[in-house]
Design a binder for this molecule. Structure first.
Ligand code: ATP
Length: 358
């Protein structure tokens, strides 16, 4: 089922949670809503589900205005971060709950319910836990059961609100891969709320970047990462080194230094961003580039992070460079050294509006 959200406005008192927001969610896609805490992701999800009434605007489900359609009739499945399963019920009974609650005329027989629940438990690969109670499950298992429960009533849309938010990093990673595989099997139109950019980029067909109740950018994970439309998007999707300067054909003048490297042709006052893995450290005395002093060299597994303090025109600024730990340069770096920084790739924005960028 496709979902269209048209000119949705939603305020809580004087606070505008959704600001004239319009979006299309094509049928069968898994879309991530990504943005900082409080940007309106959950509110949008609740408006789509019919749990929250928008002040104005429309939600179309398969092209039809759903404004007067009750939550129950929207055929929406939910999984929340803390979607407590019913504690006093076994896993089996939790998953069966939605089917048993159907009106008498639509309710399957107990034999059909049993078959269906085992099918779903197999789908989430937890059939062996059918007789356990929620307290006897791990957090990751509970969320998979919550998903099986949401799928039981054959929703036309699946809304997932930070479903893995409360889990530790390793389990999160496993579950996001698992969710992607499950989606490829089922193809239910799904909206997945997260504030974790890695999760959004890895799981989704399409990513919607939200900020202050508005859409900053929508695109495939590769598009939003490689061609961020705004400084906010650039900053939100990864670590960023930020330089202010003026741009001309010769490069970007930052104080007495000039940033070259591959950049878009913007002119005038600009804000330039460079990812830590796209910034080179140059040791040769007299080399050009931004002057900086190394404050720390930190090797974390396969990567080495070099933290630097800007010097001269950029004093007071912090920079990060990321290198492969195996790079021979790493052995030559030490705290206290003064070096030059040269970007390989620069993302330039004409507007100095950097709200939210790292
Ligand atoms: N019922 C409510 N009454 C008043 N304010 C609300 C209500 N629900 C949400 N808000 C406010 O609206 C804004 C958006 O909330 P929302 O839960 O949609 O954000 P979010 O992007 O999902 O954030 P998070 O990632 O922290 O869950 C927040 O500032 C929140 O405080």
């Amino acid at each position: 089922m496709s979902i269209q959200v048209q000119n949705i406005q939603k305020a809580f008192g004087s606070f505008i949670a959704l600001d004239n927001l319009s979006l299309d969610f094509p049928a069968g896609e898994l879309v991530a809503l990504l943005g900082p805490s409080g940007c309106g992701k959950t509110t949008l999800l609740r408006v789509i589900a019919g749990l929250e009434q928008a002040d104005s605007g429309r939600v179309l489900l398969d092209g039809e205005d759903a404004s007067d359609t009750h939550v129950r009739e929207r055929q929406v499945g939910f999984v929340f971060q803390h979607y407590a399963l019913f504690r006093h019920m076994t896993v089996f009974d939790n998953v069966a709950f939605g089917l048993r609650m159907k009106p008498r005329g639509q309710r399957p027989s107990e034999a059909d319910i049993k078959r269906k629940v085992h099918e779903l438990l197999n789908l989430v690969q937890l059939d062996w836990l059918a007789d356990r109670f929620p307290a006897q499950l791990s957090g990751g298992q509970r969320q998979r059961i919550a998903l099986a429960r949401a799928l039981a009533v054959e929703p036309r849309v699946l809304l997932l609100d930070e479903p893995f938010g409360a889990l530790d990093a390793k389990v999160r990673k496993e579950l996001r891969r698992w969710l992607r595989r499950l989606h490829d099997e089922l193809h239910i139109t799904s909206i997945f709320v997260t504030h974790d950019q890695e999760e959004a980029l890895e799981v989704a067909d399409r990513v919607v970047l939200m900020n202050h109740g508005r859409v900053e950018q929508i695109g495939s994970p590769a598009e939003v990462y490689r061609q961020p439309a705004t400084p906010f998007v650039y900053g939100f999707l990864g670590a960023a080194n930020r330089f202010e300067g003026s741009s001309s054909a010769g490069g970007i003048a930052v104080g007495a230094s000039t940033l070259t490297g591959e950049a878009q042709p913007e002119h005038g006052q600009v804000v330039a961003f460079v990812r830590p893995h796209e910034l080179d450290i140059v040791l040769q005395p007299g080399a050009s580039g931004i002057p900086a002093r190394i404050s720390r060299v930190l090797t974390l597994g396969a990567l080495t992070r070099v933290e630097l303090e800007g010097q001269a025109d950029v004093s007071g600024q912090h920079f990060d460079v990321e290198l492969h730990a195996a790079n021979p340069l790493v052995a030559q770096l030490a705290a206290g050294q003064t070096v030059r920084l040269q970007p390989r790739q620069v993302r330039v924005f004409a507007q100095p509006d950097t709200a939210g960028a790292a």
